[in-house]
Ligand binder design. Structure first.
Ligand SMILES: [Zn+2]
Length: 361
């Protein structure tokens, strides 16, 4: 969800006067006591849902209308059903609500929303695993970029390798061989990923990397769509891509390759294949995928990370076959690469540099 700056400033000023020492108005601090509470534009069951709020989210209630409550989260106001709210405390002039209480998983976001697949999203019907939800974070930085980066921790969908989905939206066959051979029209919905030489699962490392990148992005003023924050999210590669298409400005899927040579970083570029490059949505987006991929490699290189070959390898992926926003699968090394916190920090800094390069172009 996106709030414009002016609204935010006006509402912030409103909050200051509300909590001013001369005021006697009481505002409630309430907590969400439901698993996913709908945050709506109006006080009505038929009103548009802005986002859903996870259990435990702390809100300021400015008006209790009985069945509905008007609540504010970091300057954005909307309505939630009162019966799912629990009063935390009453606050008066002396007590300002603790900003930290609004946070869920990171200290760099002011709002986090649970987001789910909607059947009306383009290509949603091609997804087979989509009961899970992603999390959309709004940066609390003073310098908001008004850009949302989708951070997709590769793999991590239980049962994902026993379900197959169409490689291409139009059902045409894959043009290169990877996990799935060229010529196939379906591929596993989400593969389980490789195992590092030291026995660590790729999905564990991609998740650690994703959280690190999330915090750096939020701190720098980017909003972040996190596809996965636990070991298992029931979202296949198509669902992940469709969510990114609709809620983000670019999409980075984080992976490590299955070779054992510690070959360095590269991104999966769009194959030089006429039929593939003339198929939508690849046709309209492959050049922007390359601009994003090239920027990330430039950032990683500048950050001192090892780069494999030219930094790109042609691959027909489900992700890029369905992407309508700039989107890349970035491979940050392979089975032999170090994945200590220090190693991941260096990669995350390189990716951040790459994202800044991409958006400054
Ligand atoms: Zn992978």
């Amino acid at each position: 969800m996106k709030f414009n700056r002016l609204t935010k400033i006006v509402l912030t000023l409103g909050m200051i006067s509300l909590f001013g020492s001369s005021m006697t108005v009481l505002a409630d601090t309430v907590k969400v006591n439901a698993s996913n509470l709908n945050f709506r534009k109006q006080a009505s069951m038929s009103a548009e849902v802005i986002c859903t709020l996870p259990r435990g989210t702390v809100l300021e209630r400015s008006e209790n209308l009985g069945e509905w409550s008007k609540v504010t989260i970091d300057g954005g106001s909307g309505f939630v059903a009162s019966r799912y709210l629990q009063t935390v405390q009453s606050i008066s002039g002396q007590q300002i609500p603790q900003k930290e209480e609004l946070l869920t998983n990171t200290s760099y976001a002011s709002v986090s929303c649970v987001v789910e697949m909607k059947p009306e999203y383009l290509y949603a019907g091609n997804s087979k695993i989509n009961s899970g939800s992603a999390i959309l974070y709004q940066s609390n930085s003073q310098d908001r970029k008004e850009k949302t980066v989708c951070v997709n921790a590769g793999h991590g969908t239980k049962g994902g390798s026993s379900v197959k989905t169409l490689c291409h939206p139009d059902g045409s066959p894959k043009v290169t061989s990877g996990t799935t051979a060229a010529g196939a029209t379906t591929a596993v919905a989400v593969s389980s990923g490789m195992t590092f030489n030291d026995g660590t699962a790729e999905s564990t490392v991609t998740l650690k990397m994703a959280k690190m990148l999330r915090d750096k992005l939020l701190a720098a003023g980017y909003d972040v769509l996190m596809i996965r924050e636990t070991d298992d999210v029931q979202l296949d590669n198509i669902a992940r891509t469709v969510l990114a298409n609709n809620l983000a400005d670019c999409h980075l899927a984080l992976h490590w390759d299955s070779t054992t040579s510690d070959k360095g970083c590269f991104y999966m570029s769009v194959p030089r294949n006429d039929s593939y490059r003339s198929m939508e949505p690849v046709k309209s987006n492959w050049e922007s995928h390359h601009r994003l991929g090239d920027s990330l490699i430039e950032g990683l290189r500048a950050g001192g990370s090892k780069i494999f070959s030219s930094g790109a390898m042609e691959m027909d992926l489900t992700q890029t076959s369905y992407s309508t926003i700039p989107s890349v699968d970035i491979e940050l090394g392979d089975k032999a690469s170090a994945h200590t916190t220090e190693a991941l920090e260096k990669l995350a800094d390189g990716l951040m540099l790459g994202i800044e390069i991409y958006f400054s172009k």
